[in-house]
Design a protein around this ligand. Structure first.
Ligand SMILES: [Cu+2]
Length: 484
């Protein structure tokens, strides 16, 4: 059975993020040169967040989030991307090990999808698990471009052998709208384990002294907050039954924010991080997700009531960052209960007492913030260099097959969601704790902290590394790896 593009757009527009998702028929169609398996159309549209809060922005297939794309691991897909906007676009296949020319990063050599043009791409989806797709154009100071728009959607790559001890799957996409610039304040730092290191604080002070007298750099803030494109209380509630085991796939699709999520009276059993199964599933009261991180967690529904599942930040939750969970037969005002303070610790999901393989090489990267150094924006340097799009100079040449350790030293007070394209990495040391076996593609590095991760150079081609906080990324926090 095949489905033409028109029908696909219709079906894709209806693909539910909530509840059991039917097997898409079109995914079984044999990829051919004649017809794409999937079509993504980039155009301006409206997001109906709540009555009186209808936002105009750039969308995929006229919806936010973009349609849930279900791929089968190892089964080649053809995707047509149409760009109906006036500016060139890039669709990045976040978390997948695809070739540079389809990955969706200009710096890696992926061609743009031209304005009012299209590009056909083909790739083999892998690895299995929860991934996503999003725009990868730079925004700079323009809050109508890049990830400040609504160009993001979930991807689920079915493993070859499917198994799951849960009753339902629910995808939650966390996203803010109506951004604006303001002079940055101090970021909350108490959600990650680990203590600031004195040497890094001293380096930070030295950098601050050089920019003495300049105000803090611009930071993005938002007026409206949503889960699955609806502000709290304005979408359909999640209707659950006592005793159900629900697998939540949570994506932080923010351009810049770190998000949290709690459901009063319930706990999350984390089974996968960034779509990769963790060696040690563990139960936590709160999820913390840096920009672009994903968490897959099972919640056993055993506390009947009407609840608000939402962000711990009161202001953000009140302005929309939450969703109502409604038990069958229950009515009334949804309740929010603030959870106890809880620090996120990646290492609790790792292999206990395991020693990771030793690296072939270690690369040290020191991160420094230069306050308001570029037209009021902070400039970020890695080992003294801000990434230049003119020079496009690779930072490091990788040898295929070697295992690399990246040691990060953060001489700033900001948390950085570090992202490596086209490869997964293994966490080695976070917040002063050693670990092994946790595979990710984004990880939060705490303020004035160190972090170590390993990756194997097993996917030749230009490979981008960057902070996924858009204001950091657009102002220097980026590096390019090349293969020998
Ligand atoms: Cu950053």
């Amino acid at each position: 059975m095949t489905i033409d593009r028109r029908s696909f757009l219709k079906v894709a527009g209806l693909a539910p993020l909530v509840g059991a998702v039917p097997r898409p028929l079109w995914a079984d169609a044999q990829a051919s040169d004649a017809r794409a398996d999937y079509t993504i159309r980039i155009a301006t549209g409206l997001v109906d967040l709540a009555p009186g809060h209808i936002v105009s922005t750039t969308l995929y297939n006229d919806q936010f989030p973009g349609p849930l794309l279900r791929f089968k691991e190892g089964q080649r897909v053809v995707v047509d991307v149409f760009n109906d906007t006036d500016t060139p676009e890039l669709v990045h296949w976040h978390g997948q090990t695809v070739p540079s020319e389809v990955d969706g990063a200009f710096e890696e050599g992926t061609p743009f999808v031209p304005a009012h043009g299209m590009r056909r791409i083909a790739f083999v989806p892998r690895p299995s698990g929860f991934r996503f797709y999003h725009t990868h154009v730079m925004a700079g100071a323009d809050l109508n471009r890049g990830p400040y728009t609504g160009q993001a959607g979930p991807v689920y790559i079915e493993p070859k052998d499917n198994a799951g001890a849960y009753d339902r799957e629910i995808f939650l996409v966390l996203k803010e709208f109506e951004p604006s610039w303001s002079r940055g304040g101090d970021m909350a730092m108490d959600m990650l384990v680990g203590a600031p290191l004195q040497t890094l604080q001293d380096m930070g002070k030295t950098a601050d002294a050089e920019s003495k007298g300049t105000p803090k750099g611009f930071e993005a803030g938002y007026a409206l907050f949503s889960i699955n494109g609806r502000m709290r209380g304005h979408g359909e509630p999640l209707r659950v039954k006592m005793g159900e085991r629900v697998l939540f796939h949570v994506l932080n699709a923010s351009a810049t924010e770190i998000r949290s999520l709690a459901l009063p009276g319930h706990v999350f059993r984390v089974v996968a991080l960034d779509g990769n199964l963790v060696p040690t599933p563990a139960t936590v009261p709160v999820l913390w997700l840096g920009t672009a991180e994903r968490v897959s967690a099972i919640v056993e529904m055993k506390h009947p009531g009407m609840w608000v599942m939402g962000d711990l930040a009161d202001d953000d939750r009140r302005h929309g960052m939450g969703i109502v969970v409604e038990y069958a037969g229950r009515k009334g005002t949804p309740q929010w209960v603030k959870p106890q303070p809880f620090r996120w610790d990646y290492t609790r999901f790792g292999k206990p007492r395991a020693t990771p393989a030793p690296p072939d090489e270690t690369i040290e990267i020191t991160i420094v913030k230069h306050n308001a150094a570029a037209h009021g924006f902070n400039v970020w340097t890695l080992n003294g260099e801000a990434f230049s799009h003119e020079a496009m100079k690779p930072m490091y040449t990788l040898q295929q097959g070697r295992r690399y350790r990246l040691t990060f030293r953060n001489a700033s007070d900001d948390v950085h969601p570090l992202h490596l394209h086209r490869h997964s990495f293994e966490l080695i040391r976070v917040g002063g704790k050693a670990t092994a076996g946790v595979m990710k593609d984004v990880v939060m590095l705490g303020g004035f902290q160190e972090l170590e991760l390993d990756f194997v150079a097993d996917n030749p081609g230009l490979t981008l590394f960057h902070c996924h906080q858009q204001v950091h990324m657009d102002f220097g926090f980026m590096a390019l790896f090349t293969y020998a």
